[in-house]
Design a protein around this ligand. Structure first.
Ligand code: NAP
Length: 249
């Protein structure tokens, strides 16, 4: 039920962090992996090669949605098929809402929401044209549920990802496409480097996590394989928290 042999997964932003953790988990479940991002994913490619599945890297800047159809076509032609899309690439800008600039707003919305939507659309068009089923998994956040502070464009983008996940599930379930999301809690990656380095915030965050530690990229493995596999065929439109219990407090 959780076996992904013979499937191909496209993962954005998989050179590091959660994207790398999820790409490796999908590879361990048997999927071939297309890595889509702006930085050479050297480490991830080497780790996937050790697992023994195929991989292909597509270098592209996801701050623009131009060329998303070409990304899907390249992944499908290089690896033979495209079954799973993980929209993981994302950025955050921290600033007081009162001082927030249009540039900080647009940069985050473009990567976290606009490209996520148009890449999902290109992927769904590919599946519909091929009359194939598939899985889309969006990476949301605790700020899909909460307001956060000093990150207004990030909160807006991730709250929208929760809504969009439901909207796309409603439209595409009939084509055999499952659209779901994972909301990671606090994970130790580049994205949270500023929070980890801030002694006060770090202690506050740890104090609220029932599991008592920051998440590791490998903690995303079970959830991503579940939502990418036949095990979740009747699961639609959910945002699954993987947060060490943060939201339960
Ligand atoms: P990360 O280590 O900073 O990784 C982000 C990934 O996105 C990197 O591969 C990055 O590439 C890529 N990316 C960013 N902008 C891009 C662009 N314009 N074009 C192509 N690729 C781009 O952060 P992470 O923590 O693993 O974050 C992964 C996802 O999880 C994000 O959507 C984030 O919002 C979400 N998330 C993280 C946490 C957490 O606690 N860490 C919590 C909730 C949600 P580069 O390496 O080249 O920058």
């Amino acid at each position: 039920m959780f076996d992904l042999s013979g499937k191909t997964a496209l993962v954005t932003g998989a050179n590091t962090g959660l994207g790398q953790g999820m790409a490796l988990a999908l590879a361990q479940a048997g999927a071939d992996i297309a890595l889509i991002g702006r930085s050479e994913p050297t480490e991830t490619l080497a780790k996937i090669a050790k697992i023994g599945v195929k991989s292909h890297s597509i270098l592209t800047d996801l701050s623009s949605a131009d060329g998303v159809a070409d990304i899907v076509a390249e992944a499908a032609s290089e690896l033979g098929r495209a079954d799973i899309l993980v929209n993981n690439a994302g950025i955050i800008k921290r600033n007081e809402a009162i001082d927030f600039t249009p540039g900080e707003w647009d940069a985050v919305m473009d990567v976290n929401l606009r490209t996520l939507f148009f890449l999902s659309q290109a992927f769904a068009r590919h599946l519909v044209a091929e009359k194939k089923s598939g899985k889309i998994i969006n990476i949301a956040s605790m700020l899909t549920f909460q307001g956060g502070i000093r990150v207004p464009s990030y909160t807006a983008s991730k709250s929208a990802v929760g809504g969009l996940t439901k909207a796309l599930a409603n439209e595409w379930a009939g084509h055999g496409i499952n659209v779901n999301a994972i909301a990671p809690g606090y994970f130790a990656t580049n994205n949270t480097a500023a929070l980890q380095a801030d002694e006060k915030r770090n202690a506050e965050i740890l104090g609220r996590i029932p599991s008592g530690r920051w998440g590791k990229p490998s903690d995303m493995g079970g959830a991503i394989v579940f939502l990418a596999s036949a095990a979740s065929d009747y699961v639609q439109g959910i945002t699954l928290p993987v947060d060490g219990g943060w939201l339960s407090r």
